[in-house]
Design a binder for this molecule. Structure first.
Ligand code: FPP
Length: 261
């Protein structure tokens, strides 16, 4: 179990806490953040990329091993054409502007989702990001792009059938081998920014026992302080996975060991 020191948002002093191995994030609130500034929605998404870069670094620094983010959902095609093409352009710009640094910082990037409907140019850039970082191990960043939780379950069933798995051989562990996040443990912590209290078709299969953390913070404002607040909240949860006893006791935030340094 990873231990780290964080500056508690509650106590304002360093504490030692348990760190989730895997955090999944719905990065919501970019549009409202831009609107508050009388700017187009894509402006919010651009600042959302900066928040993502900050969060990857902060997560790696705290010992998080897997970070999975919802960058474009299967439903986002319904947005105005200008915003959809803005998000596609942003994917290209993000690879162009941030890939080199992510590569040297040990970030392994994977893209999950239905890439059959995105342009060749975007698909090539995403493939470039995966290839350039394939040997990295410090933190696994999975970007869900044209992803939906129901799509994921369906594509896994289809691929299991195509692989010839017999119905009586198909169990949860076998199906999980066909899911988009087969490379990662299930998320321990699910964070949604932007104040909405829903899951919005993200990782439906994988978040069965994730701890949920919702914050009003709009995604472009997310950073170290918000991440630490989520980690403190997580450390106070008792995870029972459907049982009676805590399976992996996470000390309550108040009981965390106070470190003098
Ligand atoms: C939801 O906010 C956010 C998105 C649909 C896109 C998230 C994308 C990023 C943070 C940038 C990274 C993306 C790429 C392509 C590299 P919203 O627009 O629904 O905000 P609102 O609820 O305030 O309208």
């Amino acid at each position: 179990m990873a231990l780290f020191k964080l500056r508690s948002a509650v106590k304002r002093e360093p504490v030692v806490a348990t760190v989730p191995r895997h955090i999944a994030i719905v990065m919501d609130g970019n549009g409202r953040w831009a609107k508050k500034r009388f700017m187009p929605r894509v402006f919010g998404h651009k600042h959302g990329v900066d928040a993502l870069v900050r969060t990857v670094k902060a997560s790696a620094d705290r010992g998080v091993e897997y970070l999975t983010v919802f960058a474009f959902s299967s439903e986002n095609w319904k947005r105005p054409q200008e915003e959809v093409s803005g998000l596609m352009g942003l994917a290209l710009a993000t690879v162009a502007n941030h890939l080199a640094k992510m590569t040297t910082e040990g970030v392994r990037i994977r893209i999950v989702g239905d890439l059959s409907t995105v342009s060749d140019k975007v698909r090539a850039a995403l493939a470039q990001a995966e290839a350039a970082t394939a040997h990295n191990t410090r933190i696994h960043l999975t970007v869900a792009f044209n992803y939906g939780g129901r799509w994921d379950v369906l594509q896994a069933c289809r691929r299991a059938i195509e692989a010839g798995v017999a119905a009586d051989q198909l169990d949860e562990a076998r199906l999980a081998q066909f899911m988009a996040l087969k490379h990662a443990p299930d998320p321990d912590l699910f964070i949604r920014t932007g104040g909405e209290l829903r899951v919005s078709n993200f990782l439906l299969w994988q978040i069965a026992y994730s701890e949920l953390h919702f914050t009003d913070c709009l995604w472009p404002d997310f950073g170290e302080a918000e991440l630490d607040a989520a980690l403190v909240a997580y450390a106070g949860r008792e995870r029972r996975f459907g049982g009676v006893e805590a399976a992996e006791p996470a000390a309550a935030a108040d009981a965390l060991t106070t470190s003098g340094s």
